[in-house]
Design a protein around this ligand. Structure first.
Ligand code: NDP
Length: 331
């Protein structure tokens, strides 16, 4: 079985040289253990932070050790009565083709009629992030005008759709003509902004929402945050979910120059980490099942095949190589 290990800590944008592909022998699972063959693994932006040797809300990856992350797979050998061969399971043991682990550390997957890999994207952590950020943190209420950055990605595309389902005006920002077309034609957002072709984001946003934005779902940071502050309506709420434009920065980045607007406009900016809101998962899955059965939810994924492609898939997150959820399919 092959796995990806962290060879060196990236400085700035990671490169393929930061990763090692290693073959390991797997023994039979010990007492209480199962052996799982992963069929899908996810790469996510937060993993970049774990590649730095700093204390954060998740511990850093260790040099020379296999990386970790979400995965779904199939039990291929079991030495525990709770799981049997053929069971579909979800685990935090991604970045490897197969593994042995105590049965109690993997979760049996109920697919609710969805493909298993959906639980790494729309029906998993990224989908829940969209749901929590929009409904709980930003406290979406009728009539709100919503602005979403990173809108064609895993989290952003779900934010756009939940807001449209609930009848809101949605302004979405993403990089490139193809993504903008998808946001308008397929997700049905009201205005889509190609930030890469927009010299003045504030002007574009103000033109899109002359009445101001009431909710900003922040995935990007930097100029996007500054523009959102400029275009915010009084009492707007910002769900600060991510700032991917800064994850590879090697020096402190300039802050938005207009933070004082927070005062006069009575704004609320609130960060959140989805793992502190797992209690909302049942409500999310219930809504998701309904939306999906009614054909109201679309999801796109970009798939790289083979464990050897995992680093490339991860790096692609920082160049916008993905449309919707970036996934790696394992053979
Ligand atoms: P995405 O699927 O959105 O992939 C990342 C996207 O970010 C790319 O496709 C690219 O889209 C965009 N991007 C990359 N670099 C830049 C840049 N310099 N400027 C602007 N856009 C850029 O990833 P996720 O949906 O998984 O995550 C989206 C955000 O949500 C991230 O910031 C992530 O850290 C955060 N997050 C936070 C969680 C939490 O608990 N708070 C949980 C999950 C995610 P484009 O082509 O449009 O540039």
């Amino acid at each position: 079985s092959r796995e990806i290990r962290l060879k060196t800590r990236p400085v700035g944008l990671p490169t393929a040289a930061n990763f090692d592909l290693v073959s390991v022998d797997l023994s039979a699972p010990g007492p209480g253990e199962v052996q799982v063959r992963n069929t899908w693994m996810t790469v996510d932006p937060y993993m970049r932070g774990r590649m730095n040797d700093v204390k954060s809300y998740t511990p850093p990856f260790q040099l020379g050790e296999v990386l970790q992350g979400g995965a779904v797979g199939e039990v291929i050998a079991s030495n525990d009565p709770s799981l049997k061969v053929g069971d579909l399971v979800q685990s935090g043991n991604g970045w490897r083709e197969a593994f042995n682990a105590p049965a109690s550390t993997v979760q049996k997957l109920e697919t609710h009629g969805l493909p298993p890999e959906a639980f790494l994207g729309v029906a998993g952590m990224p989908g829940l992030t969209a749901y929590v950020g929009l409904l709980k943190i930003a406290a979406l209420k009728p009539g709100d005008v919503v602005f979403v950055s990173g809108a064609a990605g895993a989290v952003g595309s779900v934010v756009c759709q939940i807001a449209k389902l609930k009848g809101h005006k949605v302004i979405a920002s993403a990089g490139g003509a193809e993504k903008v077309k998808f946001l308008k034609d397929e997700l049905g957002v009201d205005v889509a902004i190609d930030y890469k072709a927009t010299p003045d984001l504030t002007a574009a946003l103000m033109a899109a929402a002359p009445e101001g934005i009431d909710v900003y779902f922040e995935n990007v940071g930097g100029e996007h945050l500054e523009a959102a502050l400029n275009a915010a309506a009084p009492y707007a709420r910002f769900a600060i979910c991510g700032m991917i434009s800064q994850y590879n920065a090697t020096a402190p980045v300039p802050g938005p120059r207009n933070m004082a607007l927070i005062i006069g406009k009575n704004l609320r900016l609130e960060g959140f980490i989805v793992s502190n809101h797992w209690d909302m998962m049942p409500a999310f899955i219930k809504d998701l099942a309904e939306w999906s059965a009614a054909g109201k939810l679309k999801w796109k994924q970009t798939v790289k095949e083979g464990i050897e492609k995992a680093p490339e898939a991860f790096l692609g997150l920082f160049s916008g190589d993905n449309f919707g959820k970036m996934l790696v399919k394992l053979s």
